[in-house]
Write a protein that binds this ligand. Structure first.
Ligand SMILES: [Zn+2]
Length: 697
């Protein structure tokens, strides 16, 4: 055995030795165990969050495999709709082009090719971390059989009355050119001037004077004595585009303490106003004054063509000039919706979109939770999940982008009639241009990946055992998988949810490029080995809680890799020179040694079985370093513990450490195996490869 463990030399070779003979395939165990890998963006490089999910899931998978279960970790990649199109458009922009320079088919093809060219980026990097996933079962969200299944799901939902098309206010990003679901809108506290405008006898406070051409009413609180006499009346007022009339209504959602207690109602550009308008059927149909371009339209008269912020500036000036601006509160703060993707301010716009009626699905999911059919590991996130499910609004599944699965709806030309079908129903039909929200396909992931794989996969592995991901995508992915899984199969898609926390820097700060504190997993693997990175990520981690980590931690775990190697090397040299049957004078220390060894194995087993991965890692780390190496090996050097005991101790520890640090343990195992042929007793103790060895009892 070489004197130092060289991860560069061993890692790729060992990975091949596992994968080539099929060690990642489910095997012949009786009881199945299955995890569906969260599909990363096909073309994205790995970040530390990916490394975390790979480490945790691979630990669970390797542990269960060693317990002898029929273990499947099913991998896949995601087309990641808006994310990928956004990256691609940035690339186009660098070439001086935009998506509007291409027709739909060309643009789709270009993105397809781009994704194909980079499709192995994520997979190759996941392999480098040691992921023992069954790559022969890998799926991509745009594989034809997946698309087919997703289209069938939409058709079934439509038949069941759970799909509808409606004009609603959507969260539209004019920069990204698409609507988003409520979940994808970030909220930022901002200082926004509050303008007090004159509307006839009223003074109204608003942060958005530029939408005034879309006003449908003035609203006051029903108990507000100041305005009682106006309620139900139409008042005349002077405006920027001349005189106009507007109705005064009473609505209990108006806060009498905000501004003057009277507000303008602009249904097509404000979610609250839209709700007020819905409650007052006596009001006329609103006018839309801002288009998808983010510019004011013809309904804004001479202000048409101006971008929102510019329009606000010009309009405020004109109001001032006409004496219609009473005052401005410059210190007003409000919450502004921003695009989670690009940071632009979200524009509420009226659009016809496809919605999924979620109530029947959330009810079933809540029922499954209350019946404990799903258990959530994640520091209180079970309550958060419940809260989401109880308050979820209908899901807008339409996206105005090309990179995705096109909604299978066909409109009859010159008519509002439509048909839901996979194929065109006839010549005079045109297809819906919207694509599905990318989460619509990933919400079906556990079902569709098992149903379109090898025969019996679904019957064998569904419901899967664990779904594992960062807590930040609990509502986007986990909740929706639960809803759709139950809808499609009548059963929960997974029995357990393990949510890991975010990885922060050693000071506990969020990692970001601008702060320069980002840990690049590939750099860490090159420098210290995949084992060191994995162990540094998981040790002392707690589900649902963030964890701080720096390069020093990874370096520390590289030292631990060396410790494992050195212990194996010492014992390997010993076993070359002894037949391991040497009896020693006093058997008592051996008995104590075996007792502690078995206690360590039981404790690690208990922690892993209860999904306390961080504690399991800490247990094997401490016991190996501080007891086995620092105490037991020293005693063996003084001949107080037998060679046989110390050899068996090493075998047990390599097994206990394997799920956490698969490469160095497999490498050490291989080296020791070379020696074993001399000794029959040793041979029976060691299976061919550590990955398929039996977990210590
Ligand atoms: Zn955006």
């Amino acid at each position: 055995m070489e004197s130092k463990y060289d991860h560069q030399k061993f890692e790729r070779e060992i990975y091949r030795k596992w994968e080539d003979p099929g060690a990642f395939k489910p095997g012949n165990g009786k009881k199945p165990f299955c995890i569906i890998m969260p599909p990363p963006n096909a073309n994205d490089p790995l970040h530390v969050g990916h490394a975390m999910f790979v480490a945790i899931e691979d630990i669970l998978i390797r542990y269960q495999r060693m317990l002898g279960r029929k273990t499947l970790w099913l991998p896949g990649t995601d087309h990641a709709g808006i994310e990928t199109q956004y990256v691609f458009e940035k690339k186009l922009a660098k070439e001086g082009k935009s998506r509007f320079d291409f027709d739909r088919e060309t643009l789709y093809k270009m993105i397809w090719n781009y994704v194909q060219d980079n499709s192995n980026v994520a997979i190759d990097q996941i392999k480098r971390l040691g992921a023992s996933a069954d790559w022969s079962r890998k799926k991509f969200t745009l594989d034809p059989e997946i698309v087919d299944f997703v289209l069938d799901t939409f058709i079934k939902l439509h038949q069941d009355g759970l799909i509808y098309r409606d004009l609603k206010l959507v969260n539209y990003c004019v920069k990204c050119g698409t609507a988003f679901s409520n979940l994808e809108v970030g909220h930022e506290e901002r200082k926004t001037p509050l303008y007090y405008l004159k509307y006839g006898p009223f003074t109204l406070a608003t942060v958005r004077p530029e939408t005034k051409f879309g006003d449908t009413a003035i609203a006051v609180h029903p108990d507000d004595k100041r305005y009682k006499k106006y309620v139900g009346q139409e008042i005349g007022a002077e405006g920027l585009l001349g005189k106009f009339k507007i109705k005064v209504i009473a609505d209990s959602s108006v806060d009498p303490k905000f501004g003057t207690g009277a507000v303008k109602v602009t249904p097509y550009h404000d979610h609250n106003d839209f709700a007020i308008w819905k409650r007052h059927p006596e009001l006329p149909k609103p006018a839309q004054v801002i288009g998808q371009s983010g510019k004011l339209n013809q309904n804004a008269g001479k202000y048409s063509g101006l971008r929102v912020m510019k329009a606000r500036e010009v309009i405020v000036e004109d109001l001032k000039r006409l004496g219609l601006l009473v005052k401005v509160d410059e210190n007003y703060h409000n919450s502004v919706g921003v695009c989670y993707r690009c940071g632009a301010v979200i524009e509420p716009l009226p659009m016809k979109q496809w919605f999924l009626r979620v109530k029947p699905l959330t009810e079933k999911a809540l029922e499954a939770l209350s019946k404990k059919q799903v258990r959530v590991y994640g520091s209180g996130h079970d309550k958060i999940l419940k809260h989401w499910l109880e308050n979820l609004e209908d899901w807008n599944i339409s996206r105005q982008i090309v990179w995705g699965i096109r909604i299978p709806v066909w409109y009859q030309k010159n008519s509002t009639e439509y048909v839901v079908a996979k194929e065109s129903p006839g010549k005079n039909f045109v297809q819906e241009t919207d694509t599905f929200d990318t989460w619509f396909s990933s919400s079906q992931w556990p079902v569709v990946t098992l149903k379109t794989n090898q025969p019996k996969d679904f019957e064998t592995f569904y419901p899967t055992d664990v779904t594992e991901t960062g807590y930040d995508i609990l509502p986007f992915w986990v909740m929706r998988m639960l809803m759709m899984g139950i809808y499609l199969t009548g059963e929960v898609p997974f029995k357990k949810v393990y949510l890991h926390g975010l990885i922060r820097d050693e000071k506990g700060q969020k990692m970001s490029k601008s702060k320069g504190n980002v840990i690049n997993p590939l750099v860490m693997i090159d420098k210290y080995g995949a084992d060191a990175l994995r162990m540094a990520l998981v040790i002392r981690s707690t589900p649902g809680q963030d964890k701080g980590m720096g390069e020093g931690d990874v370096r520390g775990m590289r030292n631990f890799s060396n410790k494992i190697w050195n212990a194996a090397r010492y014992i390997n040299l010993k076993s070359q020179n002894s037949n391991l049957k040497t009896t020693i004078q006093n058997p008592k220390p051996d008995r104590e040694f075996y007792k502690r060894l078995s206690q360590t194995a039981s404790l690690a087993t208990k922690h892993l079985s209860n999904y306390r991965i961080g504690l399991a890692a800490e247990t094997v780390y401490n016991e190996f370093w501080h007891w086995f190496c620092d105490e037991a090996i020293e005693k063996n050097k003084r001949q107080e513990i037998s060679d046989k005991a110390i050899f068996e101790g090493l075998v047990t520890f390599l097994k206990l450490l394997h799920p956490f640090m698969p490469f160095v343990t497999e490498a050490a195992w291989g080296e020791i195996k070379k020696q074993k042929t001399k000794n029959n007793e040793q041979r029976t103790m060691m299976e061919e490869m550590l990955i398929s060895a039996e977990w210590p009892k």
